[in-house]
Design a protein around this ligand. Structure first.
Ligand code: UT7
Length: 322
């Protein structure tokens, strides 16, 4: 059967690291509050010249090197971001040019905020399985620091910048073999006011800032994520106990714990990077996946669940055998 296989992963993080102590010098907060309520200890912040497209291209180069695939052989780029460098052209087309991919391939952005990588992965998987090429780059890249209200302690402590990428290749494999086994996406536009940017791009003529009612988002996140994880497990005919790893969106360590507890998954099976990356929106899942692949935790043959929930609301999950 034709499946999409994750052949390589990569990451890019801005050089500048901002600690909780630095933030506490600027807004009324403390390292203790941030660590206790979120698990975050530091975040990377993009500097001059670091943009969504440059970070995305750097992560993609790492993923290509890990996969042993040349940029010229890429047929499709799907890039998830809520912070594109320009209203248009898409950041995906900029990445195509930065990498030197062959002209004439397919490249586009997907906007689903923190669930963006799940949306991009599911879209790329569907396109590969229906014959739009055989080799894709799926990227999550964000520069959220430029959307933050740095006077709002309720949001500015939570986010960071970065990019993660995977090379996805369609191959003919046995039913018990590797690849994306199942995925589900959802959206519910009724909750716009709980998490949104109050301006931009283009059509409003304003540049907005991120606004969030964190406690309410938290409540929805735990319910929606447990439901979609159970749906994907049911689609694949598997149980939570079969999973080797969960690679969740890294919004808050307490959401990760609560979701794992609800599903009966041991906390040591959950990949956590929120402490060092904070919430990097669409980049967080591929950044966490790359971290666990590179440090040797995730191995070929492992059953890995990816999941995320974000603004919209949007949420989704995908199950892959590595
Ligand atoms: O990635 C997309 C999805 N996003 C999420 O999943 C985020 C989900 N939400 C969360 O992670 C949490 O709700 C937060 C971390 C945002 C907030 O944690 P919380 O435990 O829900 O706190 P809260 O918003 O209910 O605020 C509790 C108190 C408030 O003070 P009062 O009203 O009790 O006096 C806040 O003003 O904490 C105060 N507070 C802070 N104090 C110190 C809020 N932010 C800070 C801060 N430092 N940075």
């Amino acid at each position: 059967m034709i499946r999409s296989l994750i052949r390589g992963t990569g990451s890019a993080l801005p050089a500048r690291v901002m600690t909780n102590a630095e933030l506490a010098a600027e807004v009324e907060t403390s390292d203790e509050w941030i660590v206790e309520r979120t698990g975050i200890r530091q975040r990377h912040i993009a500097g001059e010249g670091e943009t969504t497209a440059t970070l995305a291209a750097a992560a993609a180069r790492e993923a290509l090197a890990a996969a042993g695939i040349a940029a010229e052989d890429i047929d499709l780029i799907v890039l998830a971001t809520a912070t594109p460098d320009h209203t248009f052209p898409s950041s995906a087309t900029q990445v195509q040019a930065l990498l030197g991919c062959k002209p004439g391939g397919v490249a586009f952005d997907v906007a689903a905020v923190c669930s963006g990588f799940l949306y991009a992965l599911t879209t790329a998987d569907a396109l590969l399985r229906t014959g739009t090429g055989t080799k894709a780059l799926v990227i999550g890249a964000e520069v959220f620091s430029r959307l933050l209200d740095w006077e709002d302690r309720g949001t500015c402590v939570l986010f960071g910048d970065g990019a993660g990428a995977v090379v996805l290749c369609s191959e003919d494999v046995a039913e018990s073999g590797p690849g994306i086994l199942a995925s589900r996406l959802h959206a519910d536009g009724a909750h716009k006011d709980l998490l949104f940017v109050d301006g931009g791009p283009g059509t409003t003529g304003t540049v907005g800032k991120l606004r969030m009612k964190g406690r309410e988002v938290f409540r929805h996140a735990v319910v929606n994520l447990s439901e979609v994880l159970n749906e994907v497990l049911a689609d694949a005919g598997l149980a939570a106990g079969d999973l080797d790893w969960i690679v969740p969106h890294q919004a808050n360590a307490r959401i990760l714990d609560a979701t794992a507890r609800k599903l009966g998954i041991a906390p040591e099976r959950v990949v956590v990077t929120v402490d060092r990356h904070a919430n990097t929106s669409a980049a967080s899942v591929p950044l966490a996946l790359d971290a666990a692949v590179r440090d040797g935790r995730i191995k070929p043959g492992d059953l890995v669940m990816l999941e995320a929930m974000g603004g919209g609301f949007t949420w989704g999950a995908a199950l892959a055998r590595m």
